[in-house]
Design a protein around this ligand. Structure first.
Ligand SMILES: NC(=O)c1ccc[n+]([C@@H]2O[C@H](COP(=O)([O-])OP(=O)(O)OC[C@H]3O[C@@H](n4cnc5c(N)ncnc54)[C@H](OP(=O)(O)O)[C@@H]3O)[C@@H](O)[C@H]2O)c1
Length: 219
């Protein structure tokens, strides 16, 4: 068995697997031979991914859980669904953003964002952290963002939710090291997924590698 699977296998839970970064990470895990619980609201997209992964990697077993992480009982449902599985890795990629003047945006989607980006992620980290601790090894991968590192006007609340994730992950990375649990905060810059559409953002030239500074500037 390869060292990756030995530490994090045989099962991973991937939230936000129906699209974007979570979907891309699930594809990478399948190449390592990981079985996965794929979580999201879009059942069709999850089914398509499960079929794709099974066709590409015959031994990869995927189970689908349609779940709205905005709902308060959603984490309990996920824990129940995975109770008989030997989960060694959690990837918490489910999340979304918003943009525009904070005071002008309706409050309901902001509260939903707080639930999905922070509350559910914290609950999952606590529950799976305890399961991994009993197991004696494993990993937590928490999706933060480049905007987590400072306040971001016109995306003030989204960046605040990501600051929460980044800070939680940094603290847990030290705290859980002695338990042989790796914690990674992933802080991507602008990435071409469905994210911008849902957030009402225009990433413009930030998505265009041709518009980045010349390599010589980056040395
Ligand atoms: N794209 C970027 O530029 C960027 C940059 C930095 C950080 N990030 C972070 O990366 C993570 C993944 O985003 P992405 O770029 O891959 O965007 P995406 O393509 O829109 O994917 C978001 C994922 O989150 C899931 N999700 C959203 N709301 C949900 C809910 N209420 N319950 C359950 N699942 C929910 C979506 O699934 P369903 O729609 O099926 O529910 C989808 O699978 C997010 O946490 C985002 O904040 C993205």
């Amino acid at each position: 068995m390869n060292p990756f699977m030995k530490k994090y296998g045989p099962w991973a839970v991937v939230t936000g697997a129906s699209s974007g970064i979570g979907c891309a990470l699930a594809r990478q895990l399948a190449r390592h031979g990981m079985n996965m619980v794929l979580v999201g609201r879009s059942v069709d997209a999850l089914n398509r991914l499960a079929t794709e992964l099974h066709v590409a990697h015959a031994k990869c077993e995927c189970r689908i859980l349609a779940l709205d992480l905005n709902e308060s009982n959603s984490v309990a449902a996920l824990l129940d669904f995975t109770k008989d599985l030997n989960v060694g890795l959690l990837i918490a990629s489910a999340g979304f953003g918003s943009s525009g003047p904070f005071l002008d945006n309706p409050i309901e989607p902001e509260l939903e964002m707080l639930d999905v980006n922070c509350r559910s992620l914290m609950e999952l980290s606590w529950h799976f952290g305890n399961r991994l601790s009993k197991r004696g090894n494993g990993g937590l991968v928490l999706l933060s963002s480049i905007v987590s590192f400072q306040g971001t006007p016109w995306s003030a609340h989204y960046s605040a939710t990501k600051a929460y994730v980044q800070t939680l992950a940094e603290g847990l990375a030290m705290e859980l090291r002695s338990k042989n649990i790796d914690v990674l905060a992933v802080a991507p810059g602008p990435t071409k997924t469905s994210f911008a559409d849902r957030a009402g953002m225009s990433m413009g030239s930030a998505l265009d590698p041709q518009r980045l500074p010349p390599r010589s500037w980056l040395r």
